[in-house]
Design a protein around this ligand. Structure first.
Ligand code: ZN
Ligand code: ZN
Ligand code: FE
Length: 728
């Protein structure tokens, strides 16, 4: 028997790390404890040495998807001969590095109370404790204390106060502590409290669409059978909806889950987890082979799911792409006409927070449950920095010294309401972290609203090229300091030459980026209209590959003939995302989109399992040119080759050509690591091909896990570039 003390550093708090250690230790019959402290996590385990070694391996190899271990220090100590393993509270020593944690799903103990008819919190939708409950979304200012939260208006009853004051109680200093006697209450029409909940459950079960006020905003909830009506009212034709299910077993019946997906599903952050669909839920995720599922994260959601007895589609409470409603008056105004009833409550939401989205162990949208996310910078920020992010999927970030914090997902700034939410977030985040910016970082794009905002601040400005920021964000995630070759593939970003880039090969570190390669430049017919209408990109690429006359016959839009004359004019792009759009349209999969990335996602979804055939792609100098690939695909179409085979071949060909080009560039420049970044790398098929070919060429491949590969990660990249800039 031996006893080992492990000191674990990295992202190990609030990511399900302690329960992970707990489960492992209990399963292997080890005794001891695990707890958070100011440096990370402290574990002491006692038992046979081989079982302790197995635990140590698990910590490194099987850790939860949102966790990251940067250091594991092991020391042998005196055995205590104690029984059992427990999760203990933090020792309270040291200053926490983050004043406010993220919102956390209802813990098992609170859930047991809600289910116990003898408990005073039986069926109480706002039950929480120090281990769970709302945090970031209810905090108005610091220090984090009840009066600075949206719970300030509720005075604790005697029993709640006694819990709050008792160091031995699970609710010791639990700021949102509440019970049916003293806390917030739900309302549905004229009904208040449990009758309101019962009535809302009945309405949902009968197929009604109900607006539900949750943790970070309002959802529109409905049973799967009501989806056609929900789509009609929401005017969101095809965007996939996420489905909330009561437990892991139900999730398994809807999607194929692997270990990473199951850990994410049950993590305290309770993100939407995207996984291969197992069941066909009509109209929920049209044209896709994947489905987003998530588990209840507040007592209210648990009670709703249990009551209705079937999965609930839960989509953001908004019309099309507006921001999610989070204030009650606004919800009535904007959602009133969409819903048959509103299940609301009187605990205000201070910060609007959409659901987070995860696929495998990669975060696609960092928001409720994951934000605010502290990130360690590989350099010191000499002056406090504010980074305002990009335009779409906007997030902001602040930094001082070596610590940075990224905000929740704010959204697409082109909507006025989202822009307002952006300016509030700037004030709020700076306030929470005591950052008075001495420098502001923004995108190079002069027309982004975030850029214009930054310019008006009257502070030293660091404008960061979009794809440089993408690469830097991935480097930060890996603590990488040495230069890398960055592959930044996305929709569109403003280049240093004023062009619209998006298929970029950059030699980069934090101080600068040099464009050493790019996708062939092509016209963007109709400018931004080409983003919504992939047939335009199809026309441009086909015209180059087989000539304009032939191209017109290949494109399913009656305007092709008149547009073809304009292909010599207008803005051009090197965007990889637009190439995917073009191929999707040429294959007849989608000629116009109703949400960003739709064409590429559907193109990936139809691809056959095998690699398909290899299409030719040329490289000349710094340019990788898919023109021959387009010609060959059109030829295959004529010969009647099926779309699944062509799509598979397209992914394999563009992926291996990009990887081969990258390997050549890396070798020529003496670089040993390649970063894969930008929204296009959310395409798993492409990412797998590129990653495995690069690894095969002996290169280190850095990819995104915690910081999104899409524009949600831009603010952290901007922070790092600004911190390294001479101006800062
Ligand atoms: Zn709890
Ligand atoms: Zn109470
Ligand atoms: Fe981008």
């Amino acid at each position: 028997m031996s006893r080992i003390r492990f000191r674990v550093s990295g992202t190990v708090q609030g990511v399900g790390f302690r329960p992970f250690v707990y489960r492992h230790a209990v399963a292997s019959g080890l005794s001891g404890f695990v707890r958070n402290d100011s440096d990370g996590v402290l574990i002491e385990v006692e038992g046979p040495a081989d079982r302790i070694d197995a635990l140590a391996r698990a910590i490194v190899e099987d850790l939860p998807p949102l966790a990251r271990v940067t250091e594991l220090i092991r020391a042998e100590i005196e055995p205590l001969d104690e029984a059992g393993f427990r999760i203990t509270e933090s020792d309270g020593v040291g200053v926490p590095r983050v004043p406010v944690s993220s919102d956390s799903a209802t813990c098992a103990e609170c859930l047991a109370e809600i289910e116990d008819p003898g408990d005073r919190r039986y069926r109480y939708p706002f039950t929480n404790c120090t281990n769970c409950g709302p945090r970031y979304t209810i905090v108005r200012s610091v220090p984090y204390d009840r009066p600075t939260t949206t719970m300030a208006a509720f005075t604790m009853c005697g029993e709640c106060q006694a819990e709050y004051d008792d160091p031995a109680d699970r609710r010791f200093h639990a700021q949102p502590n509440a019970c049916p006697a003293c806390g917030p209450r739900v309302r549905f029409g004229d009904l208040v409290g449990d009758p309101a909940l019962v009535a809302a459950v009945d309405a949902l079960a009968q197929g009604a669409i109900v607006g539900v006020k949750g943790i970070g905003g309002y959802h529109l909830a409905a049973v799967v059978g009501a989806v056609p009506e929900l789509r009609r009212r929401k005017r969101r034709d095809e965007k996939p909806f996420a489905v909330m299910v009561p437990d892991l077993a139900s999730a398994r019946s809807l999607v194929e889950t692997d270990a990473a997906a199951e850990v994410a599903l049950t993590a305290p952050s309770r993100p939407i987890v995207i996984a291969p669909a197992r069941a066909d839920l009509p109209g929920v995720a049209p044209g896709l082979r994947e489905l987003g599922v998530f588990l209840p994260y507040s007592p209210l959601h648990h009670l709703l799911l249990r009551g209705v007895g079937q999965p609930l589609v839960m989509t953001s409470g908004n019309v099309s792409d507006e921001p999610i409603a989070h204030e009650d008056d606004d919800a009535v105004e904007r959602l009133g006409a969409l819903v048959d009833g509103l299940l609301t409550h009187d605990r205000p939401i201070h910060v609007r927070c959409d659901d987070s989205v995860v696929r495998g162990n990669r975060v696609l949208r960092r928001s409720r449950g994951l934000a605010p996310e502290p990130v360690r910078l590989p350099m010191r920020a000499l002056r406090p920095i504010l980074a305002v992010g990009a335009e779409l999927k906007n997030t902001i970030a602040v930094a001082k010294d070596r610590g940075a914090v990224a905000s929740h997902h704010i959204g697409d700034l082109e909507h006025l309401a989202t822009y307002r939410s952006f300016t509030q977030a700037v004030t709020h985040l700076c306030g929470l972290y005591g950052v008075v910016p001495g420098v502001v970082a923004c995108d190079l794009h002069p027309e982004y609203l975030s850029t214009k905002f930054a310019q008006e601040l009257d502070l030293p400005l660091v404008a960061v090229q979009h794809h440089h920021a993408h690469v830097a964000s991935c480097m930060v995630e890996h603590g990488r300091v040495e230069p890398v070759l960055g592959l930044a593939f996305d929709g569109l970003g403003y280049g240093t030459d004023g062009g619209l880039w998006g298929g970029e090969f950059l030699v980069a570190d934090y101080r600068g980026a040099q464009r050493v390669g790019h996708l062939a430049e092509i016209v963007l017919p109709g400018g931004t209209a080409a983003i919504r209408e992939p047939w335009r990109m199809a026309l441009a690429w086909a015209a180059r590959a087989v000539g304009p006359d032939e191209a017109v016959t290949q494109v399913a839009d009656e305007r092709a003939g008149s547009l073809v004359a304009l292909l010599d004019h207008g803005p051009t792009t090197t965007s990889m995302g637009r190439l995917f759009d073009a191929v999707a349209a040429l294959l007849g999969i989608r000629s116009r989109v109703s949400y960003e990335g739709q064409a590429a996602m559907e193109l990936e979804a139809v691809a056959a399992d095998d690699a398909g055939r290899q299409y030719p792609i040329t490289v000349e100098g710094a340019v990788i040119d898919p023109t021959p690939l387009i010609a060959a695909i059109l030829e295959d179409r004529k010969r009647g080759v099926d779309v699944a085979t062509i799509s598979a071949g397209f992914h394999a060909s563009i992926g291996s050509a990009a990887a081969a080009f990258a390997a050549e560039l890396a070798e020529a420049r003496g670089l040993d690591a390649v970063v894969l970044t930008g929204g296009v790398f959310q395409n798993r098929r492409l990412a797998q091909v590129v990653e495995s070919s690069l690894r095969g060429a002996g290169l280190e491949v850095l990819t995104h896990r915690l910081i999104p590969a899409n524009d949600g990660g831009i603010s952290i990249g901007q922070i790092a570039v600004a911190a390294a800039a001479p101006a800062a």
